[in-house]
Design a protein around this ligand. Structure first.
Ligand SMILES: O=C(O)C(=O)C[C@]1(C(=O)O)C=C[C@@H](O)C=C1
Length: 288
């Protein structure tokens, strides 16, 4: 078998890379500068598989990932993994004095919003495409600026810890989606599967009173448990949405086609975005 080629939100030292290292058993790993570039690479066949963040426990969905999967590419979610997230404030080893600017990914900034507000109210905040990129910028800019990133980024960019565990809420986790265009077998480490899920996208007919209620009823009377429902704009005008629904069971050939037929009779559309195992993985602790 040829070596698996896996793309991820890079560059080095991102949380996504930590997730990749924790999940896969060997392979070639390629870091992309942003989420669209990573998913485009799968679409173009440069890589078989991509790993991208999809939801954080504090900040919610990563809209860029969700929207890109729905509007721009034709790929399926084939696995997900949840990893613990610990954010640290990293500086150049020569840093002393004030921090003028903090760089990080928008989700990481949001996870530390209260911390920044109380400890560094005057620091400018600049968003980067990933936390790993923020660490790289701090390493090249030198003293006076900081990055919010993980311990891997600190090690790999030679940065010092100004403060550790700065996320505002303890139970911080992010879910990462593993996606493919063409189904390819992957070699993953021996993690227990916590559950199987199926993600579907549902579009409602315009001005149909109680449509969402009927959609939910189609799952409910079949005793299909939903673990998430979220609406996102269809991007066709104000008031037009689609619903992303996570069902806590694998796709089957009785219940799901039944739901689909029932929803289509109402004028809704249902598309399966993936049926997949869900893993919960730990990442290595920082070297002190
Ligand atoms: O920037 C990174 O390190 C990422 O992997 C992205 C990302 C995200 O998009 O949520 C992943 C985990 C953390 O929640 C913060 C940032």
């Amino acid at each position: 078998m040829t070596e698996q080629r896996i793309g991820y939100l890079g560059p080095k030292g991102t949380f996504t890379k930590m997730a990749v290292d924790a999940l896969f058993e060997g392979g070639e790993f390629i870091g992309y500068e942003n989420i669209p570039a990573c998913l485009d690479a799968v679409e173009a066949g440069e890589i078989s598989t991509a790993v991208v963040p999809i939801e954080n426990a504090i900040e919610g969905s990563v809209h860029l990932t969700v929207d890109y999967l729905v509007h721009h590419v034709n790929q399926s979610i084939i696995a997900e993994l949840t990893v613990p997230i610990k954010q640290h404030l990293l500086v150049h080893p020569d840093h002393e004095g004030e921090i003028m600017k903090v760089y990080s990914h928008s989700h990481a900034i949001a996870q530390c919003h209260q911390y920044l507000h109380t400890k560094y109210p005057d620091a400018e905040v600049e968003y980067t495409a990933s936390t790993g990129k923020a660490a790289e910028i701090v390493a090249s800019e030198g003293p006076g600026v900081a990055a919010i990133a993980n311990h891997l980024a600190a090690e790999q960019n030679g940065l010092a810890f100004m403060d550790t565990d700065i996320h505002d809420y303890d139970n911080n986790h992010t879910r990462f989606a593993v996606v493919q265009k063409v189904p390819t077998t992957l070699k993953v480490k021996d993690h227990p599967v916590t559950k199987h899920k199926t993600t579907v996208m549902v579009t409602l007919p315009k001005d149909y009173v109680g449509a969402l209620h009927q959609v939910l009823a189609a799952f409910a009377w079949r005793k299909m448990n939903l673990s998430k429902i979220e609406s996102r704009p269809l991007k066709t005008g104000l008031g037009n949405y689609f619903f992303l629904i996570d069902v806590d069971q694998p796709y089957d050939h009785v219940l799901f086609p039944g739901v689909q037929a029932e929803l289509e009779a109402l004028g809704c559309q249902l598309k399966v975005l993936g049926t997949y195992p869900s893993y919960q993985v730990d990442v290595p602790a920082p070297v002190k």
